[in-house]
Ligand binder design. Structure first.
Ligand SMILES: Cc1cc2nc3c(=O)[nH]c(=O)nc-3n(C[C@H](O)[C@H](O)[C@H](O)COP(=O)(O)OP(=O)(O)OC[C@H]3O[C@@H](n4cnc5c(N)ncnc54)[C@H](O)[C@@H]3O)c2cc1C
Length: 398
């Protein structure tokens, strides 16, 4: 076994692990990132590319709880569960139901809003640092409510966001079509987040980030961390064929972090909300900014040379393959709005790292700050990467 000694070992090279590694390196630490795959090729590659600092509302809300069963029974809904995963999911679901109760949901919203505050500014700065400013677009983001009933029902969420200072503008259907003239006519309304920014290619952002990490002098160890052990003289990580001895380990392996946290006696209720995207190659996407038709639970994302349609939540664990029906639904629902899209050029599915309360875990482990936990970012991990790196940097410094 090849042995490595280092100040800090970051386990997982998604957007969270890489942002942390870069930050700790600029704080003066010697850092390695343990990552068995191409860095940034997990959830960090396949997302919608929105820096969603407006997304303060957790997945679990009183309304989702009330409608949970009907959402599951509707084969076209954005939420689904693989029945084979139900027994293992049961504790997560029970906790999710509890976290959706009014008092918990309000508290979770407050915690998410605190984390999201300043996320866009932090990313603008971070994008400049990693040479990715040209990939950022600042045209806002649009939610579509296709019926007046759905538009009215969004009132409570709009008021809640208002309370946290989120900039949002209510638009009539006509005003929506002025912003996005290639959308078909509809009768509801829109909600515009004017300050939102987005990336035109999350995969390219990951390539630039990993290049910046390497250039800063951080080595990627091409292996999977199998075991993490706390010893009197530090932390030992087995990532065959490597053995890494370190003063501080950061667990940031996205949806795969639960097993590693359990090994240092810090069990967490992390699971995954599986997400999907389909892409349609085209010279000019039909929209200028991310547009979310809320009934379908996905985003149309204008990207370089293609339109990406990304979203859905499937509860189904890490082992099962993608569900073909969901990919078909995604493409079919996209064609309900843009009928000329044709067949997708490519499809993808991946694993959001999700806590039942939608609040990421960013803290020292229960056994001490020699192991730091940084995972569970759910739907807003891209958005929160620079902020998470700042928080972890402060934890390593103390
Ligand atoms: C369809 C979809 C749309 C989304 N849209 C958005 C959006 O618009 N905005 C937003 O902010 N967020 C969005 N997200 C969420 C966001 O993509 C994730 O929260 C974020 O990418 C999580 O980053 P991560 O680094 O924790 O995980 P990942 O990117 O999954 O990285 C984890 C890494 O850990 C590695 N790993 C796993 N096990 C081990 C091990 N044992 N040892 C070493 N390494 C290991 C994996 O190989 C992987 O590279 C979306 C997600 C999906 C699925």
């Amino acid at each position: 076994m090849s042995s490595i000694s280092i100040d800090v070992a970051v386990i997982g090279g998604g957007v969270i692990g890489m942002a942390i590694a870069l930050r700790l390196r600029s704080d003066g630490h010697e850092v390695v990132v343990i990552e068995p795959n191409e860095p940034g090729s997990g959830a960090s590659y396949g997302n919608a590319g929105t820096i969603a600092d407006y997304a303060v509302i957790p997945v679990g809300t009183p309304s989702v709880l009330r409608n949970f069963v009907s959402l599951l029974l509707d084969t076209n809904s954005p939420l689904s569960i693989r029945s084979s995963a139900l027994p293992t999911l049961f504790p997560w679901l029970t906790r999710f139901a509890y976290e959706s109760l009014p008092h918990r949901y309000r508290q979770n919203t407050r915690r998410i809003a605190e984390l999201l505050s300043g996320a866009s500014a932090a990313w603008t700065e971070f994008a400049a640092e990693i040479g990715a400013s040209d990939l950022l677009s600042a045209k806002g983001c649009l939610y579509l409510y296709e019926t007046q009933k759905a538009f009215k029902a969004a009132g409570a969420d709009i008021a809640l966001r208002c309370g946290y200072g989120v900039a949002q503008e209510l638009l009539s259907a006509g005003e929506v079509l002025q912003l996005e003239p290639r959308l078909p006519p509809f009768e509801g309304g829109g909600l515009f987040f004017p300050g939102a920014i987005n990336f035109s290619d999350p995969g390219e952002v990951m390539r630039r980030l990993s290049a910046a990490v390497r250039q800063a002098g951080v080595e990627f160890i091409p292996a999977s961390a199998q075991e993490i052990v706390r010893q009197p003289n530090g932390i030992r990580i087995i990532a065959a064929p490597f053995e890494i001895r370190t003063r501080t380990a950061v667990i940031s392996a996205g949806a795969h972090s639960r097993r590693l946290a359990a090994q240092i006696d810090d069990p967490v209720q992390l699971d995954t909300e599986r997400g999907y995207h389909v892409e349609f190659d085209m010279a000019e996407p039909p929209i200028e900014r991310p547009v979310c038709p809320t009934a379908y639970g996905f985003y149309f994302c204008p990207m370089w040379g293609r339109l990406r349609v990304a979203g859905l939540v499937e509860l189904g664990g890490l082992a099962a393959p993608a569900t073909p029906r969901l990919v078909e639904n995604l493409a079919e629902n996209a064609r309900r709005i843009f009928p000329d899209l044709g067949e997708p050029s490519r499809t993808w599915f991946g694993f959001r790292p999700s806590m039942p309360n939608s609040v990421p875990v960013i803290r020292p482990s229960k056994g001490g700050s020699d192991v730091i936990l940084a995972f569970g970012h759910g739907h807003i991990g891209l958005t929160l990467a620079p902020r998470t790196a700042q928080l972890v940097s402060a934890l390593v410094a103390t």
